[in-house]
Design a protein around this ligand. Sequence first.
Ligand SMILES: [Zn+2]
Length: 465
Amino acid sequence: MNHIKRISVIGAIWILLTLLLLAYLLQVANMVAYGGAITAGELLAFVEANGYEATDVWDYCMRYIWPYWLVICCVFVGLLYLAWRLFIRGTRFQRIVYSAIVALLFIPLCFPLQHTIFHETMCVVHEIHMIRSHYNDNKEFVYNAKCTDIPEGKEIYVLAIGESLRYKNLSLNGEYERETTPLLKQQTNLVLYSDYYANATLTQHAMPMLLTPSTPETFEEHFRYKTIASAYHEAGFKTALVSHRAQLMNNGYHDYLAKDFDTTIFVVHDSLIAPALAILIEQNHKLFVVTNYLGNHMFYTNRTEDCLVWRPDYNADPNSKSDSLFMNAYDNSVLYTDKILNNEIEVLKRVEGICAWLFVSDHGEYICPHISGHGHTYHPAKDEYHVPLIVWYSEKYAEAYPKKVSNLMHHKDEPVCVDHVFWSVLDMANINVENQKNRASLFEEKLIRGERLILLPDGKTIMQL
Ligand SMILES: [Zn+2]
């Protein structure tokens, strides 16, 4: 019995030490890459990681972080060996030293104190618990949505959601010196908002706020709402989701966001989204589609060879040393995004009918010579939340709703945020819902503006922008 007890104790110690070492490796990787302790968002990303993301992060760790990991492993094992020797052969005093060494091993995990790995882990547990326990909370919810105008002919509306695309790197803004959006630049009837902010720096927080009326202050209420697809469905539209399969709404935790669509299509490549949209348009008369791309997610491998313009590129020239490795790779992926978005607009241009398309990126991206990413700190840089909002409308849309178009143009340099997306996408199709006193639409003459807030990686803390 004593023997079994001893094996259990030794086993428990080994498990604890292994977890401790793993926590160290994660913490050190984060300190090296992002200059701060690991956040709940990162832990959640590990839990939810898809193959695409996991491979990219592993590749990054192996390229930049492995020397730190090697040192940590050597120091960790060396300290434990020393402590063990003291414990076996040492005096009482030396055993106290042993205990102190083991205790010291835990201290860096508690740094910085306000966001310990334990605190962040508890936030992740809370988020997963919320998703599991509220998965079906919206079953009875209705918007009581109605169209105030039902025109003859075909009507197609699209909410296109990009990934990690920041405003600063689009030549469409008229300021960026690299020609990253040559195709979108040629489109007419296209409006780029210059001062639009995301409400979160992580996809899992951004998406619910794009698809429901929830805000950073009421984030956890999003479980109560159905998504915007339901409002369109109630108003007489067929609804569809066309998403890259590595995106959020295809993962087991967040697939509740996809369940309100009449049709869901998950594709293996962003280039397949526009063709899927074309087929849906052929089959439906009144249609609302949400398209969701893999886009510009780190580390910017999502592009084709013809978009490899700026060199050296982090992915194409792995042995190069340059401060622009990440930036070049990012801009190459933006050039590809330009093509993908343009393809979608070209599909809509072929429709003989009323069409409007609203694009936003879920959040932006922070890029430095040796660091890139989003949602890694509690002090997000502007690049992580200043993202593009772009609207395109067909000629027939402009003819039918000239006032809406002129309002849209009029507000294009005003400070807006995600709070405007849900209401604008409804208003774009003349859809009213029952409770819309806070309806902040870009298509309205008078733009309702509130405070711009951002939900930080623990899913609770809010920062004013
Ligand atoms: Zn994202």
